[in-house]
Design a protein around this ligand. Structure first.
Ligand SMILES: [Zn+2]
Length: 256
């Protein structure tokens, strides 16, 4: 078997492996996405939980301040009852009013903080719901990934065994070339020659569509020589369709 035919067989197994892997890869990607979303929800939840804690501290501090001011006001009121002069009485009254203003401020702050705590708690409930839903999706995604993995594992092992066997028969430099091309071009590492007009020698590369000289096509047809497209550098081969199109008309009708 010539080198190009060996490469084609290997390339076809490689494509099957990639096809199987891509189904698994998409399941893996979906699962990773769900895991990320879940982590984002957890981070959000922990932020809101911290907000609740600090708001609760604010509320409790303001309530403490209110109690302290209430006690102050009560004590001044008692002193007012014992005021000796109107002037003294008025001074106490001013003091009481000042404390009352402060007390109102503390009360407003406490109420605001408590309202915010309430809001944040609602947000936490919603986050919890969203988390449960996302976790369900993630579980389904994980099961799907496992199923796909199991489905393809046997076939993948088979194909990998085949690939190894076929690779052993490919000359080292051709193997290196294919490996590099697979890395850089994936499934366009190799491409079939497209025969447009045999008589006019119109041939193009199946990957980049640029024309291929007749000498290259002849070398492929006669010896299966290792041939690269001069434009895109992929390894060219003749598929069944091209081989049939390249046969002289007489041979074609004789085969029928
Ligand atoms: Zn090309």
């Amino acid at each position: 078997m010539d080198v190009t035919s060996k490469l084609v067989r290997l390339f076809q197994v490689e494509k099957q492996i990639r096809g199987l892997r891509s189904r698994l890869d998409s399941a893996e990607r979906f699962l990773a996405e769900q895991t990320r979303e879940l982590a984002a929800l957890d981070a959000k939840r922990s932020t809101v939980e911290n907000q609740v804690k600090s708001l609760a501290v604010t509320a409790s501090d303001s309530e403490g301040e209110m109690k302290r001011l209430d006690a102050r006001i009560a004590s001044i009121r008692e002193q007012m009852n014992t005021a000796q002069t109107n002037k003294q009485y008025q001074a106490f009254l001013v003091e009481v009013n000042n404390f009352k203003t402060d007390r109102d401020k503390a009360e407003t702050a406490a109420l605001e903080a408590m309202a915010k705590v309430e809001e944040a708690r609602k947000q936490l409930e919603e986050l919890q719901k969203a988390r449960e839903q996302r976790d369900q999706v993630r579980k389904v995604a994980a099961a799907e990934r496992d199923t796909r993995h199991q489905e393809i594992q046997t076939r993948l092992n088979e194909l990998e065994g085949q690939r190894q066997g076929l690779a052993q028969n490919v000359p080292p430099e051709a193997m290196t070339m294919l490996t590099m091309l697979l890395k850089s071009r994936g499934e366009e590492a190799m491409a079939p020659v497209q025969v447009h007009d045999r008589k006019r020698h119109e041939y193009t590369c199946g990957a980049c569509q640029m024309s291929i000289p007749i000498e290259a096509v002849s070398a492929l047809l006669s010896k299966g020589s290792l041939t690269k497209c001069v434009s895109c550098q992929c390894i060219l081969f003749l598929d069944e369709e091209a081989t049939r199109a390249l046969q002289p008309p007489a041979a074609r009708s004789a085969k029928r």
